[in-house]
Design a protein. Structure first.
Length: 271
């Protein structure tokens, strides 16, 4: 876990960092496992009053590791990215499956989570940022619901969270196009809480403020905020079912091949 995610706890603040800077904190299997393990550990840490989630280096999280897409291409698209065979519809963590828990676990924590976002938060990295209660972004940070680039749909718990944040037509446009958007656009869409020159410093300052409040009241407030949302179960399952059908299909495999080979895709007509 320590080679993917580091955790230090002091004065009620859990400082959680993605530490795969050489790969822009991209999501490989070890990173997924470390993120889930981090939420499981923090859920039991009674001294923690607030969490700051950030990435080392020049990116918050660039999304799925490119090696996983290359493996999908080489395997002819069999299985999930990386070639593994997995039933995504199987619920392994309550209402979520394992990849979803890497995001949904932060929503489930009993304390607030503040994400500090610099560089890029693309695809799965964008969904990871959505797991936080609050998102502070650098002025030049960029985001994207990038899954469509690979012939896929967002399936890491982004759907139920986004539905509570973004206007319906904006959400559809960003999902259908995979367009990269700026911090300023993210703020206007409701996806960024604030734009800060140094988002991690601002997040730690906010965390110190929150950590100084009544911890029982803070946990009660998070429970209340989480209860405002509609039941996420159907949306989480729908993500998994739709993604399972797409993974390894001819057009999805063609999307990966075309991107890897830097050419226009040649898709079969949808029936």
């Amino acid at each position: 876990m320590e080679d993917r995610v580091s955790i230090s706890i002091a004065d009620g603040i859990a400082d959680v960092r993605l530490v795969r800077a050489d790969k822009m904190n991209a999501l490989d299997q070890a990173m997924f496992e470390a993120l889930v393990a981090a939420t499981e550990r923090l859920s039991k840490e009674k001294s923690v009053r607030v969490v700051v989630l950030s990435g080392e280096g020049r990116a918050f999280c660039a999304g799925l590791d490119m090696g996983r897409f290359a493996a999908m291409k080489d395997n002819g698209g069999n299985g999930v990215p990386g070639g593994e065979s997995r039933d995504l519809s199987r619920r392994t963590h309550g209402q979520a499956n394992f990849p979803q828990q890497a995001v949904w676990g932060w929503r489930q924590l009993p304390v607030p989570v503040i994400a500090a976002i610099q560089g890029v938060a693309f695809g799965g990295g964008f969904q990871l940022a959505l797991g936080a209660d609050i998102r502070l972004m650098a002025p030049d940070a960029r985001m994207s619901i990038m899954e469509i680039k690979w012939g896929l749909v967002p399936d890491m718990a982004g759907t139920p969270i986004l539905a509570s944040l973004v206007r319906d037509d904006i959400l559809r446009e960003l999902t259908y196009t995979g367009r990269i958007f700026s911090a300023q656009e993210a703020l206007s869409y409701g996806l960024a809480t604030r734009i800060c020159d140094d988002p991690r410093a601002a997040a730690l300052e906010m965390a110190r403020d929150i950590a100084g409040k009544n911890p029982h009241a803070i946990r009660a407030a998070k429970r209340m905020m989480n209860n405002l949302s509609v039941d996420p179960g159907p949306a989480l399952l729908a993500e998994s079912v739709e993604q399972q059908k797409l993974i390894g299909s001819p057009n999805q495999t063609e999307a990966v091949r075309a991107n890897m080979e830097k050419r226009a895709p040649r898709f079969a007509e949808a029936g």
